[in-house]
Design a protein around this ligand. Structure first.
Ligand SMILES: Cc1ncc(COP(=O)(O)O)c(C=O)c1O
Ligand SMILES: N[C@@H](CCCC[NH3+])C(=O)O
Length: 422
């Protein structure tokens, strides 16, 4: 029998009738909990955002590459991008065919590029030297090129991947050199791609970048696909009523551009997008137990077991994640107060929320850290020799299934080789 729990705050109907306090007890904390229904819905939202028929959504697996998660994405008819041989490997294990995988590497070694070529996936290069490397490895082959359209966007300068200050993409002024290399190695340019950065909440930069990319596309009459990139944002500040991205409006604007381009180009190419966050962020909540409540210099600190080894976004980008409080005990309080929620890592920057007004929190409460499905587990680490957490999925059929085991102490020694003579 589910013990009744107090949803001390309630901004999200996420747990599908399951009790987060019971989930935390059964699977222990910290715990990534995924909601399959929301994941499927986000996939469908994007698939249906334009009327243009040859439109493919490549889920960007760097946001979340859990095997079961990818299986759901595959079953929704999406394809995927990949950033490394490791992502290709897991995507193949999740059932994606080679032609459904687009390898968009950056500063890739010859060995890694060979891995992608041997795997039969589409490959994009984003510098002249990488194009030359591809030509040497696969003369006569098919390749795609990532351009820098000159317009970037993102929630933090660290995640803006186009424009003047980035290492990504090739500037269009190098098109003559590109042509020389294509000719030298008898390569066919089958696609061009871009990605302007992660998390935009309005479409201006994205549509401007598409206009720039389409101008580049017109210079290559034999393209099979044009990939417009990802970056679609989600509202992390839901309790402040932050508006979601207007996907319909953005879809309509893109649609118009795609149809216009098709008329001018003279045939339909496949248009792709490669969103990660939009699909994965809102379908996960991290459950974390509060192990300590204390005052330091009149500041109240709530100490939980979700350190930045579990969720790196706050320390890395000062990112905001909503926090809910669930309580299994009888403790009652109507009070709210500003608190600083911290993890258990040995750094003062290990802060999940600074001076956040939350309901009074007690030791033993369970925190729900919202919108954690994108760049959550994929950026988790073993810092301080902490174990990376378990992941469970709330299935649409009501089941709760474990989709990744919590690491064990032995995992920490797995790849270490002790000295023999000491
Ligand atoms: C090349 C590339 N494609 C797609 C993405 C996905 O971005 P987002 O999760 O913001 O949609 C990224 C990450 O910024 C990326 O670097
Ligand atoms: N990791 C970043 C997004 C970067 C996406 C990869 N290019 C974040 O959490 O917001």
């Amino acid at each position: 029998m589910n013990k009744v729990y107090t949803k001390v705050t309630d901004s999200l109907d996420f747990f599908e009738g399951h009790n987060p306090v019971e989930l935390a007890k059964e699977y222990q904390t910290p715990l990534y909990v995924y909601n399959e229904r929301i994941l499927r819905q986000r996939c469908r939202d994007l698939k249906n955002m334009v009327t243009y028929p040859k439109f493919v959504v490549d889920y960007s697996a760097k946001a979340n590459s859990n095997l079961a998660f990818l299986q759901v994405v595959k079953s929704e008819g999406l394809e995927v991008d990949a950033m490394s041989p490791g992502e290709i490997y897991v995507e193949r294990a999740a059932g994606f065919a080679p032609e459904e995988i687009f390898y968009i590497g950056n500063n890739v070694s010859a060995e890694e590029m060979q891995y992608a070529i041997d795997a039969g996936v589409r490959v994009s290069v984003d510098s002249l030297s990488q194009l030359e490397q591809f030509g040497q490895l696969a003369p006569g082959g098919e390749v795609a090129i990532r351009f820098n359209p000159g317009v970037g966007a993102g929630h933090h300068e660290k995640v803006i991947t186009a424009g003047k200050k980035t290492k990504f993409g090739i500037e269009p002024k190098y098109i003559p050199q590109i042509r020389e290399l294509l000719e030298k190695y008898h390569l066919k340019l089958v696609g061009i791609n871009q990605h302007i950065g992660s998390l935009f909440m309005t479409g201006e930069a994205f549509t401007a970048s598409i206009a720039a990319l389409l101008e580049i596309a017109k210079q290559f009459p034999e393209l099979e696909f044009i990939d417009m990139g990802g970056g679609f944002g989600i509202p992390y500040k839901k309790e402040e009523d932050q508006a979601p991205l207007d996907l319909k409006g953005l879809g309509a604007a893109i649609d118009e551009a795609l149809w216009k381009f098709t008329r001018e180009y003279g045939r339909e190419v496949t248009f792709r997008i490669e969103p990660g966050r939009y699909i994965s962020a809102e379908c996960s909540v991290i459950l974390s137990e509060v192990h300590s409540v204390k005052h330091n210099n009149d500041k109240k600190f709530v100490g939980c077991d979700c350190g930045f080894n579990v969720l790196q976004r706050p320390i890395m980008y000062d990112s905001y994640h909503g926090i809910e409080v669930y309580r299994g005990s009888e403790v009652k309080s109507e009070k709210t107060e500003p608190v600083t929620v911290v993890g258990n890592i040995c750094e003062s920057g290990d802060i999940l929320a600074k001076d956040r007004v939350l309901p009074e929190i007690f030791k033993g409460d369970i925190l729900g850290i919202l919108d954690a499905g994108a760049y959550g587990f994929t950026m988790a680490s073993n810092y301080n020799n902490r174990l990376r957490p378990a992941e469970v999925m709330l299935r649409e059929n009501g089941e709760v299934v474990l989709i990744r085991e919590r690491e064990e102490l032995e995992d920490l020694l797995r790849h270490m080789i002790p000295l023999k003579n000491i």
